[in-house]
Design a protein around this ligand. Structure first.
Ligand SMILES: NC(=O)C1=CN([C@@H]2O[C@H](COP(=O)(O)OP(=O)(O)OC[C@H]3O[C@@H](n4cnc5c(N)ncnc54)[C@H](O)[C@@H]3O)[C@@H](O)[C@H]2O)C=CC1
Ligand SMILES: O=C(CO)[C@H](O)[C@H](O)COP(=O)(O)O
Length: 299
């Protein structure tokens, strides 16, 4: 099979390498010439534009987008669409919002698969977990590519109609926030609590047979090993948050209670403000109702 890959960053490059390793051909394009040259060094055929990539693919095009979610996906689809017909398949493997994926699928001249991708850079060796939405025939057609990019046949499946792949990935990320928060709270208590503990040792011990072992816990072990048991100079600021926000918005719309996901998201937002207005007001209100002393900034 011949696959066009657009977007050759952390994730797209893994798609290229795994598809090449499985014996398929790859045509690769990125706005970054360095990224295209590196993919060519790995065995991909370089393209210098979206149109050039489409020309090199011939009929029955199979194309994987791995560009940042949002405008980059729309811009790429605008450039691609004049070259597409109903026999072609486009996969969006990024973290797009599921509703945008439904709209893009309706507008696209090709069959459109929304593909939630999980596994991060570790997927280079292990393969990814792929959650795919869209037409069954297009999923079947892309199966050799999904087998190569995922951990294997069990690492991908069609979740359902258009949008369902990115919907499942959105909820996956909400769960990811909660697990991170849960490990964070447990280790915070261990770090601040009454014993002088080596947290790398704790996480290694938990990772070997404990009920709460997991890949995220292995990443905790790696973090304590590389940064130290006090996490050294790692800041308490957590970036990101788009996929968790979407999960909470959808839960509100469906009237499904997700207090843990919301709380984990709020913790992220809270981490970005070191001078919280709500805390300052609560501090002042305690004076109002109880004449409790107000802590002042210069004290
Ligand atoms: N990094 C991660 O662990 C994961 C990322 N994702 C999703 O995968 C997608 C890609 O993420 P990364 O590879 O981490 O991003 P990245 O920033 O490492 O790579 C994106 C690449 O796309 C290229 N690009 C941007 N706009 C382009 C355009 N219009 N045409 C062609 N190339 C363009 C950039 O030059 C860059 O090489 C995102 O939607 C992200 O949310 C999903 C799961 C995990
Ligand atoms: O999808 C992912 C992991 O599963 C990506 O790492 C994504 O970039 C996380 O983004 P955010 O933390 O902003 O939701």
């Amino acid at each position: 099979m011949q696959l066009g890959v657009i977007g050759l960053g952390r994730m797209g490059r893994i798609v290229v390498d795994r598809v090449l390793d499985a014996g398929h051909d790859v045509v690769a394009f990125d706005l970054s010439e360095e990224a295209v040259a590196a993919a060519a060094d790995a065995g991909a055929e370089p393209a210098d534009s979206v149109a050039d990539l489409a020309d090199r693919l011939g009929d029955d095009k199979r194309i994987w987008l791995m560009v940042p979610a949002g405008d980059a996906v729309d811009a790429t689809l605008d450039d691609l669409d004049p070259h597409l017909d109903e026999n072609d398949v486009v996969v969006d493997g990024g973290n797009s919002h599921f509703e945008k994926s439904v709209r893009r699928a309706e507008a696209c001249s090709a069959a459109y698969l929304d593909c939630g991708t999980s596994g991060g850079p570790a997927g280079a060796e292990l393969g990814f977990s792929l959650m795919i939405g869209g037409p069954q025939w297009a999923y079947d057609e892309m199966t050799p590519v999904f087998d190569a990019v995922a951990t294997g046949p069990d690492g991908h499946d069609r979740m359902g109609e258009s949008g369902s792949g990115h919907y499942v990935k959105m909820v996956h990320n909400g769960v990811e926030y909660v697990l991170m928060q849960a490990y964070g709270e447990g280790f915070e208590l261990l770090a601040e609590g009454r014993y002088d503990l080596d947290l790398e040792s704790v996480s290694r011990t938990w990772n070997n047979g404990a009920v709460i072992r997991s890949w995220l816990l292995e990443l905790c072990e790696e973090a304590f090993r590389e940064e130290g048991t006090d996490l050294g100079d790692v800041d308490d600021h957590i970036a990101g948050g788009s996929t968790g926000t979407w999960t909470v918005q959808e839960a509100l719309e469906q009237e499904v209670p997700v207090p843990l996901i919301y709380q984990s998201l709020a913790e992220r937002f809270g981490s970005r403000a070191d001078d919280r207005f709500s805390r300052r007001l609560a501090n002042r209100l305690r004076y109002g109702f109880g004449r409790h002393e107000v802590a002042r900034k210069d004290e």
